[in-house]
Design a protein around this ligand. Structure first.
Ligand SMILES: Nc1ncnc2c1ncn2[C@@H]1O[C@H](COP(=O)(O)OP(=O)(O)OP(=O)(O)O)[C@@H](O)[C@H]1O
Ligand SMILES: [Mg+2]
Length: 282
C-alpha cells in the first residue's frame, strides 16, 4: 500500500532522513517510534507529498505520490501534531468546509460528528476548544472522506488518559475496518498495543523494524526481581532469567533471607527503545 524507496531529506548539510526503504502492507498498522528530531514527521510529510524528498520516491497504492497528488490525497487522511483548523469558525463550519472540498454527501458531517461525540459542541468555535477536543475535530476531519490510509502524527500526545483511550479505541476501529495506518507516538505502551509492526528511527535511519513481540525478545531482557529483607530493610535484586548463575544465587537468597516478593518483569518496547537509541526516551 505504501512504498518508500531509498528516501532521504537534507536541510543544508544535515541529512535528517537517511536512505529509508520499506513498505507498509494494506490493513497494516505501522508504529513509527524514535526520539525527538529522529525524522519521523519529516518522513510522514514526504509520504503524503507535503515535502519533496532530496532523494528517492514514495509510492502509495502504486502511484508516485508527487506525480499523482490529487488521486493520492483522495485515499489518505492526515492528523498532524500542529493543529491546522480555522480557529474562528465552529466545529461544524470546519467540517463542512472540508466536506465541500471533497464533494461529500450531506449527512456525512453529522455521521462523523456523532461517531466522535462532537454534536453537543458543533457550534463551538475551535478557538474555544481544549487540546483534546481540537484533536477530536482533527480526527473527524481526517475521516470525513473515508480514507483508506490514515497518517496519525502523535494523535494522543498531551491528552488526558480517558481522551487518549477514546482515540486509541477509534484507531482500533479503523484498523478493524481495514484502514492502513501509520502512527507516530512517544507512548511505548500505546505503540505496543496498537502496532502490527514497529519501526524505530534514530538519526534519520530505521534502526529496527519488526513485530513488537519480536523486537522485545530480540532487544529486551526479561528479568527476575526479588525483594528480600536485609538488616531490617527491603532490598531489591535483579537477575537475568537466562543467566547460568541465577539458579544458584536465587537458591542462596531464598535459603538465607526472608523473601518479600519474587516476580519476573517482561521486556517492554521502552526497553527496546532504550537499547537502540541510548535511552533518549521522551
Ligand atoms: N524545515 C526545516 N528546516 C531545517 N531543519 C528541519 C526542518 N524541519 C525539520 N528539521 C530538522 O529535521 C530533524 C527531524 O525533525 P522531525 O520533525 O522529522 O523529527 P521527529 O522525529 O518528528 O521528532 P519529534 O518526536 O520531536 O516530533 C530535526 O533535527 C529538525 O530540527
Ligand atoms: Mg514529529
Amino acid at each position: 500500500m505504501i512504498e518508500i524507496k531509498n528516501v532521504s531529506k537534507c536541510y543544508g548539510e544535515k541529512k535528517v532522513v537517511d536512505g529509508l526503504s520499506f513498505s507498509i502492507k494494506q490493513g497494516e498498522l505501522f508504529g513509527f517510534l524514535g526520539p525527538n528530531g529522529a525524522g519521523k514527521t519529516t518522513t510522514i510529510r514526504m509520504m503524503i507529498g507535503l515535502l519533496k524528498p532530496t532523494e528517492g520516491e514514495v509510492w502509495i497504492n502504486h502511484l508516485n505520490v508527487l506525480q499523482h497528488m490529487k488521486q493520492v490525497q483522495a485515499d489518505i487522511g492526515v492528523v498532524f501534531e500542529a493543529p491546522n483548523l480555522y480557529v474562528r469558525s465552529t466545529i461544524r463550519e470546519n467540517l463542512n468546509l472540508f466536506a465541500s472540498l471533497y464533494s461529500l454527501p450531506a449527512g456525512r458531517v453529522d455521521e462523523v460528528m456523532e461517531s466522535l461525540q462532537l454534536q453537543d459542541r458543533s457550534s463551538f468555535k475551535v478557538s474555544q476548544l481544549s487540546k483534546g477536543w481540537k484533536q477530536r475535530v482533527l480526527i473527524a476531519r481526517a475521516l470525513l472522506h473515508q480514507p483508506r490510509i490514515l497518517f496519525l502524527d502523535e494523535p494522543t500526545s498531551g491528552l488526558d488518559p480517558n481522551t487518549a483511550a477514546l482515540i486509541r479505541d477509534f484507531i482500533k476501529q479503523f484498523k478493524q475496518a481495514g484502514t492502513t495506518i501509520v502512527l507516530t507516538t512517544h507512548d511505548m505502551i500505546e505503540a505496543d498495543e496498537l502496532s502490527d509492526r514497529v519501526g524505530i528511527m534514530y538519526n534519520g535511519k530505521l534502526v529496527a523494524m519488526d513485530h513488537p513481540q519480536t523486537l522485545k525478545s530480540t532487544y529486551g531482557k526479561k528479568e527476575l526481581r526479588i525483594e528480600f529483607m536485609k538488616d531490617g530493610q527491603i532490598v531489591i535484586k535483579k537477575f537475568p532469567t537466562d543467566g547460568k548463575e541465577t539458579a544458584k544465587q536465587v537458591y542462596d537468597l531464598m535459603t538465607e533471607r526472608e523473601i518479600v516478593s519474587i516476580h519476573t518483569k517482561e521486556a517492554t518496547l521502552a526497553d527496546v527503545f532504550a537499547a537502540l537509541t541510548g535511552s533518549e526516551l521522551s
